[in-house]
Every structure is written in C-alpha cells, then in structure tokens.
Design a protein around this ligand. Structure first.
Ligand code: UD1
Ligand code: UDP
Length: 352
C-alpha cells in the first residue's frame, strides 16, 4: 500500500508519529510537511524526538491568511498527488493543512482517510470546526477516536466506512511515557506545585479582552503558572501591551519539546488550556483540566468530570483551578494505545 500522509502543524506531528511507525513495517509512506509550522520548537523538535520519517516533500507554505495558506498548500499538493498516485491520502485533525489535503485528495483517485473524524465543538466561528466538518464530509474512510464521534457522524448522515480505533495521540503518549526518564526538564524552572497553561486559539489570542482576562486569572491563582507560549500568543501579548502583565502573572517560557511537555502535564496540579490535544493529555495523565473555551470537541472528558469548561472570564478560571480535584473514577474513553496499528490494518483492507 502506498500512503501519502500530510502534516504541517504541531499536533499533527504528534498524531502522525504513531501511524508512521506502523506504516514502516509493510508499507510505503511518503510524508508531506506543508510548512504551516516552521519554527524549530514547533516543528523540527518533533521530528528529532518522535518516530517520524523525514518529509519526502516540504512545501514551505508558512503563515498567511486562511485562504492564502490553504490555496498555496492545495496547489502544491495537487501536483504531488498527481505525480505519486498514492492508494490513500492520510490526514489528521482539523488544521488548514488537513483541509487543503482533503480537498485535493477528494478530487483524486486516492482514497481520503481522516484520523480524528467526527469531532465537533458546534462553534462554527472556529476555523478548526470548518476544517474538521468539511474534511469528514469528503472522506472515504473515517477514523473516530471514540464512540461519541462515531455517533456524531451518523447524525450527519455518515455511517459507511467509519471505524473506531481509538486516539493516536494516546499511542504516542504511551510510548514517550516509557522514555520519560531520558527527558531533561532541568532547564525549566518550576516549583513543586504549579499550574501548566497553554493558550493559542484565535478566539483567545485575537481578542484583547479575553486574553487580558486570562492573564489576570493567572495572576490571581494560588500557585505559580508555567506557561509555554505559542508564538501567536507572544505576538498578541506584545501587540496588546499585555506582555509585562503576562510575565508578572506567569512564568512565560518558549514552547518545550514533547517529552518535556508531557512531563510538565504529568507533574502539574492542574492544566489550564484552550488546546484540543492538551485536554486529552491531561486526562490520560490524571491531571484535572480547566479549558479556556466555552465548548469542546472532547466532551467525554467533561462528562467524566476531568475537564471543566470556563471560557475566558477571570473569576471562573480562578474558581475552577482552585476547586480542581481528581474525580474518583476514570473511564476508558479513547482506546488503549493501539489505535495506529488498527488504523493501518483497516486502511489496507479499505484500499484493496
Ligand atoms: C494552528 C491550527 C490550530 C492548531 C494549532 C496548533 C489552523 C487554522 N489552526 O494554529 O488548529 O491548534 O496550529 O498549534 O490550522 N507562527 C510562528 N511560527 C510558526 C507558526 C506560526 O510564529 O512556526 C505564528 C505566525 O505569526 C502565524 C501564527 O503563529 O501567523 C498562527 O499560525 P497558524 O499556523 O496560522 O495557526 P496556529 O495558531 O498555529
Ligand atoms: N506540545 C508540546 N510543547 C508545547 C506545547 C504543546 O510538545 O510547548 C504538544 C502537546 O503534546 C500538544 C501538541 O503539542 O498536545 C499539540 O499542541 P497544540 O495545543 O498546539 O494543538 P491543538 O491540539 O490545540 O491543535
């Protein structure tokens, strides 16, 4: 089987690493890096640390408006798909790189397979919601991380070729966890007790009031906040004149590598985030999560009591972090760490 996998942003490197490792056994994979993320700490570190092949194609698209970025990726991807004629094009998650590859693959002879299908926040103002819904609706093979996502697809009329292998991010996490003793976190200054924070969603970074309100919450917490900041957030804090306020409220550091990040999540008393992936990582690592959004596509973590949706209001964030505790029981929500193997087996059956 010939597979063309398309990645471009940080979460996709974490997800694709699990599947690439499985494809290596018996299949031919060509990895395309769109270049959506290009700073070494958002891209190169993951290739050094995880079992990802060297990209066969690097599109170098970089940052830009949604239309510009997506269109530039599509033009390049169309040429590659035409030249390589893969059996399947594999896409991950909900970024602009996902949608660009999906639209190209849908009009090619390759089968389009979507990993992380069926997730919905029901907030159409999020670019990710547009990306994930459109990708699902033009996919030939859909890999849902859990039953809820499968049911969501059925409600939208998609019930053929939907499979539930589990969450590939859990596969990657299980593997790094076994190697965490090799991870050096000595360079990261952190107290015994801390809250780990990440913020990068457009809704929070493109709105000064929301970002200021989140920063103010960090300054009022009872424990220090360690905050590896996405470059988008650093730019926003500087542009809004909030940088000094943020560095007083939290220990703002550069993004850290994956092993360091997982260690920081595991050791934190609570995570405060607007990330999709980090909500799950907190759940897997038994760290309560406070989500700085009004909605989530990982709703099972909320239902299970491990995740609280608070939006960006200062008092709600402070209250939720103060009262965050480990719930008594933890259900298995997204598989048992062998999602990638199941995806590759099913992909082979589906394309032949
Ligand atoms: C993207 C995804 C988002 C995902 C996130 C993971 C879309 C629409 N958004 O958001 O779903 O959660 O990645 O981190 O696809 N920048 C840099 N260096 C980089 C990359 C970006 O400085 O290497 C800055 C640029 O100023 C850029 C901004 O970040 O304009 C936003 O980058 P972009 O890739 O468009 O979106 P993210 O916010 O990273
Ligand atoms: N991550 C990392 N270092 C950081 C922040 C995040 O290694 O400083 C990892 C983490 O495992 C996370 C993944 O990158 O799940 C994707 O992160 P992000 O929050 O950017 O994307 P999202 O899941 O929101 O799309």
């Amino acid at each position: 089987m010939n597979v063309l996998s398309v990645v471009g942003a940080r979460p996709q490197f974490v997800k694709a690493a699990a599947v690439s490792q499985q494809l290596q056994h018996d299949h031919d994979e060509l990895l395309v890096h769109t270049g959506q993320h290009y700073d070494p700490e958002l891209s190169e570190v993951f290739f050094q640390e995880l079992a990802l092949p060297k990209p066969a194609f690097h599109l170098g698209v970089g940052s830009g408006s949604h239309a510009h970025q997506t269109a530039e990726m599509m033009t390049e991807l169309e040429r590659i798909v035409d030249d390589e004629s893969p059996d399947a094009v594999l896409v991950y998650g909900d970024t602009n790189s996902t949608l660009a590859a999906a639209l190209v693959a849908a009009k090619s002879s390759a089968k389009l397979a979507h990993v992380e299908a069926g997730l919905r926040s029901y907030d159409w103002s999020m670019p990710e919601e547009v990306n994930r819904k459109l990708t699902d609706h033009c996919s030939d093979i859909l890999f849902a991380p859990g039953q809820h996502a499968k049911e969501t697809l059925a409600q939208e009329g998609i019930s053929e070729n939907v499979f539930v292998p589990g969450d590939v991010m859990y596969d990657t996490l299980v593997q790094i966890r076994d190697r965490l003793h090799d991870t050096d976190v000595s360079g990261i200054e952190r107290p015994e007790e801390y809250v780990l924070a990440t913020v990068h969603r457009a809704k929070n970074t493109d709105d000064r009031d929301r970002l200021a309100s989140i920063v103010d919450a960090f300054s009022q917490l009872h424990v220090p906040v360690v905050f590896p900041a996405h470059p988008r957030t650093v730019t926003a804090l500087q542009e809004y004149g909030l940088w000094d306020r943020a560095t007083e409220a939290a220990r703002v550091i550069d993004p850290v590598d994956y092993g360091q990040f997982i260690t920081l999540v595991e050791d934190a008393i609570c995570v405060a985030t607007d990330s999709g992936g980090v909500q799950k990582e907190a759940f897997y690592l038994d760290t309560p999560c406070v989500t700085l959004r009004e909605t989530t596509e990982w709703i099972e973590t909320v239902d299970a009591g491990w995740n609280t949706l608070v939006g960006a209001e200062t008092s709600r964030i402070v209250d939720a972090v103060r009262t965050a505790v480990d719930p008594p029981a933890k259900p298995d929500l997204y598989g048992n760490g062998n999602a990638a193997a199941r995806i590759v087996e099913q992909l082979e059956r589906s394309v032949h």
